[in-house]
Design a protein around this ligand. Structure first.
Ligand code: ZN
Length: 393
């Protein structure tokens, strides 16, 4: 499939720019006009992590004029195994800031827009509208469906990549010319079925392979060269060292990008869309759910209980309920958290919005803590209803 260049060529190159980009300029298919298109392009990378690292570095080196970076996270030492845009001295720094500094070192001509936020329903449309193309470097389903839906509604190409252990996938979703992410994956996987890289691990260099495919596709779309991965899914197996390309068709019943869409705006809550409860959790929360008001009353009454926050440390850093103890969900999945549960106090579990806490409640109750409960709406409900001075994310 041949597609017209996404970007019109910008102004003439300076002598220094001709020198810098000379290896591009002498490729006949790319040449001066292609380089001018790259320099006039605005690309948004969602996430400056594993996939975002090579993507941002190569796009900067290639001379893409404006790079937007969306990331609210800070650099952690455990990121450095694969997130090569960050270095040892960046640990503790904002990822967006760290990435911007590395880009300035690679190519000072690039304009970098920092968006130090979590992309969500309230900001995604305005944010994406400022860019020609969106590259997704995130690894959670809620964000992928959100990014996809916003791209379809805005008519933007969505360059997607996914990594896990030794396996990677990449594609380009652009509803104007082919399928969208929902045509490929109409439903999010059941909770707990697909572990994240944080849970299951990832070979660091896989980020380079898949991120480079995403970057290549972005450059092809911006400049209108080659055949993009629209309607194709690239599947990479590092252990076999094999690439397979399979066709993906537009789903005639896709709620979003079919001829008669049933969904014409963003969903209200992507976390909820992707965070459907397991059967065990549905049973566990029955008659074992308290509201944030009930939690506050218990605190004020001086009741004895053990409040467990099962979120991740990065979320804990953003906002927490006073008196809570952080024990991330993984500890419940592998059983190690159960040793830390007291037998002489009621256990109250909470997370961000009430999905993960429900899963953990099922495990705790199955282990014999029959009076355990979880908090409906989690820390977000607490921040919105009990202490509005707290941030939400
Ligand atoms: Zn679709």
């Amino acid at each position: 499939m041949k597609i017209a260049p996404l970007v019109t060529p910008g102004g003439a190159l300076t002598v220094a720019e001709v020198h810098r980009y000379s290896r591009h300029l002498i490729i006949p298919d790319l040449a001066m006009a292609g380089q001018q298109r790259l320099m006039n392009a605005k690309v948004l990378c969602v996430g400056a992590g594993g996939l975002g690292s090579p993507t941002l570095m190569y796009l900067a080196a290639a001379g893409v004029g404006t790079l937007g970076i969306v990331d609210f996270d800070t650099v952690d030492e455990s990121n450095l195994q694969r997130q090569v845009i960050h270095g040892q001295s960046d640990v503790g720094k904002s990822k967006a800031q760290s990435a911007m500094e590395k880009i300035a070192e690679i190519n000072p001509n690039v304009i970098v827009n920092l968006h130090q936020l979590r992309v969500d329903v309230s900001n995604v449309m305005e944010l994406f509208a400022q860019y020609d193309l969106i590259i997704d470097g995130t690894d959670n389903f809620a964000t992928r469906y959100l990014v996809n839906d916003a791209c379809v509604l805005l008519g933007k190409p969505y360059v997607w990549g996914s990594i896990y252990r030794f396996d990677g996938q990449a594609s380009v979703f652009w509803a104007d010319y082919g399928p969208c992410y929902r045509c490929l994956y109409p439903e999010p996987p059941p909770p707990g079925m697909v572990p994240s890289c944080a849970e299951g691990g990832v070979l660091g260099v896989l980020c380079g392979t898949i991120g480079s495919i995403q970057t290549t596709e972005a450059i092809k779309l911006l400049t209108g060269i080659g055949d993009p991965l629209i309607g194709s899914l690239m599947i990479y197996d590092a252990l076999d060292m094999s690439f397979r390309k399979i066709k993906v068709k537009k789903d005639p019943s896709c709620p979003l990008c079919s001829a008669n869409p049933t969904q014409t705006e963003l969903l209200e809550d992507y976390e909820a869309f992707c965070g459907v409860l397991t059967d065990e959790a549905v049973v566990a929360v029955k008659d074992s759910t308290i509201s944030v008001e009930e939690l506050k009353s218990k605190m004020e009454a001086g009741a004895e209980f053990f409040l467990v926050d099962v979120r991740e440390p990065s979320e804990w850093e953003i906002v927490k309920i006073p008196g809570a103890v952080l024990i991330p969900k993984q500890g419940f999945l592998d059983g190690s958290a159960l040793e830390k549960m007291p037998h002489d106090k009621q256990i109250i579990i909470h997370c961000k919005s009430g999905v993960r806490s429900a899963e953990c409640l099922a495990i705790v109750k199955a282990a014999g803590f029959s009076d355990a409960v979880h908090v409906s709406g989690g820390v977000i409900a607490w921040a919105k209803q009990i202490d509005t001075s707290l941030p939400v994310y």
